[in-house]
Design a protein around this ligand. Structure first.
Ligand SMILES: [Zn+2]
Length: 212
């Protein structure tokens, strides 16, 4: 493993749950083995995904201006920007608040399920690799803060009714953060390497039960 601070390459071994590993040269953090095993992040991620689906199914906020009421959903915010000549911004909002969080919730759940039951599920390596690069693009938490700021500013102009979608989104973000605190990417890779792969039959040679 290479240290992120000083680039020193070092061989690291697995430590007991609750312990963390530091760089031997500069002492900076390398990885930690969280307590609670794989079940805790698995349960949190499952809860997070369910809440995230609810956040997409119900309106985030409803605005009432002079008797005219308009409600918006999570995907509706990006779509509204797209329709009002802000196509690039609309696509970015849709990607960072819908596509990326949905991929992270379902992808992490897929990887954790495979690791929990020691199954090398199809595409599990690719999914873990994708997840390792995807987190900087998840901005659902930034989105919630901006929605709250907008609600405070608009409360003087219109009646603002907070919908069930916003509460569900807040819950999904909290569960997602708690799940990430209970797992470590180095440990996930290490566990994946420990699962035996499928038996490979070389090309040109008959497999079991086949006739040459
Ligand atoms: Zn170091």
């Amino acid at each position: 493993m290479a240290c992120r601070e000083c680039d020193t390459l070092q061989r690291v071994s697995l430590v007991a749950p609750g312990c963390k590993v530091l760089c031997r040269e500069c002492g900076s953090f390398l990885y930690r083995h969280p307590k609670g095993g794989i079940e805790r992040p698995l349960a949190l991620m499952l809860g997070g995904l369910l809440l995230y689906l609810l956040a997409n199914a119900f309106p985030l906020v409803t605005l009432d201006i002079g008797g005219i009421s308009r409600e918006t959903s999570l995907a509706g915010t990006g779509w509204a920007l797209y329709q009002h000549d802000m196509k690039l911004l609309g696509i970015l909002v849709l990607a960072t608040t819908v596509v990326v969080p949905m991929t992270i919730f379902s992808g992490t759940l897929y990887v954790l399920t495979g690791l929990r039951w020691h199954k090398r599920l199809p595409g599990i390596r690719g999914t873990l690799l994708l997840l390792s690069h995807m987190h900087p693009w998840e901005m659902a938490d930034v989105f919630v803060i901006s929605v709250l700021v907008a609600l405070v500013k608009m409360s003087g102009m219109a009646e603002v009714i907070v919908g069930g979608g916003l509460y569900a989104l807040l819950g999904a973000i909290v569960l997602g953060i708690a799940a990430r605190a209970g797992m470590d990417i180095f440990l996930l890779w290490n566990m994946l390497e420990g699962i035996p792969g499928r038996r490979h039959v070389p090309e040109g040679r008959p497999g079991v039960g086949e006739v040459a």
